[in-house]
Design a protein around this ligand. Structure first.
Ligand code: PGA
Length: 255
């Protein structure tokens, strides 16, 4: 369907268990109604401790629960880590990897992102892989070379993998680091250039896997309409604005 989109909520560490279960209990029927109008999907990325319970509340196939991180290892002596094996067994359908908050505060390197990606694909969890440049790179017109360093290893990893399930859907999320939580978004011209470039790059793997191109960073109900018009973008990663039902609803509804 022409206007089908994927709306991914990144709740970060904002909702407690009680708040997250209340949010999903109160709103999932309305979300389903909203999605009936288009062929869109909603993914709610919660804390690990909430995934199983949230999954139990849902009864709609186009609303899924996702994680915000996973371990690069499958099992072993890695105290406090969460394996994708566990995530797949509790009904987690998507997982964010390479978010700038993890790259910056938890030393998540491209190599670690690629290990996580491989594990997720093998355990049939759809990866949401984040890439994005710092403000200095943006100002010095180095966005493409910066994104290339993050995207190339990801595409090479996918290209190298055999037997990827046809059901896997990979989301490449372009999130300029300076746009996250700042209220600033890149102009239309910049986004058109970047998404056209990403779309060319992923042609390499698009016969192996289906890809969604996602924009994230300070999306809200005031700027969503202009971003929806940009070619190649078929999904959104929404932080702050996904914590309030009415705001998230507007983001999904507005054309
Ligand atoms: P924001 O966060 O919408 O609050 O800017 C987006 C993100 O970090 O994924």
């Amino acid at each position: 369907m022409e206007n089908s989109k994927i709306y991914i909520a990144n709740w970060k560490m904002n909702f407690s268990f009680d708040q997250a279960t209340k949010f999903v209990t109160e709103n999932h029927k309305q979300f389903s109604q909203l999605l009936k109008k288009s062929n869109s999907k909603i993914v709610l990325c919660s804390s690990h401790t909430q995934i199983y319970s949230l999954q139990q509340i849902l009864n709609s196939s186009n609303i899924s629960i996702g994680a915000q991180n996973c371990s690069q290892h499958l099992k072993g002596a890695f105290t406090g880590e969460i394996s994708v094996i566990d995530l797949s067994q509790i009904g987690c359908k998507y997982c964010i990897i390479g978010h700038s908050e993890r790259r910056n505060y938890h030393n998540e390197t491209n190599q670690i992102v690629c290990k996580k990606l491989e594990n997720l694909i093998n355990y049939k969890i759809n990866p949401i892989v984040c890439i994005g440049e710092q403000i200095s790179d943006y100002e010095n017109k180095k966005t493409i070379s910066c994104l290339e360093k993050q995207l190339n290893p990801i595409l090479e990893k996918i290209n190298f993998m055999n037997n990827i399930s046809k059901d896997i859907e990979i989301c490449i999320a372009y999130e300029p680091v300076w746009a996250i939580g700042s209220g600033k978004i890149p102009d239309k011209h910049h986004l058109e250039n970047i998404f056209s470039w990403i779309s060319q790059k992923i042609k390499l793997i698009s016969n192996k896997i289906s890809c969604n191109l996602i924009y994230g960073g300070s999306i809200n109900s005031k700027n969503i309409s202009s971003i929806k018009k940009i070619k190649y973008i078929n999904g959104f990663l929404v932080g702050e604005a996904s914590l309030k039902f009415q705001e998230f609803e507007k983001i999904i509804n507005l054309q």
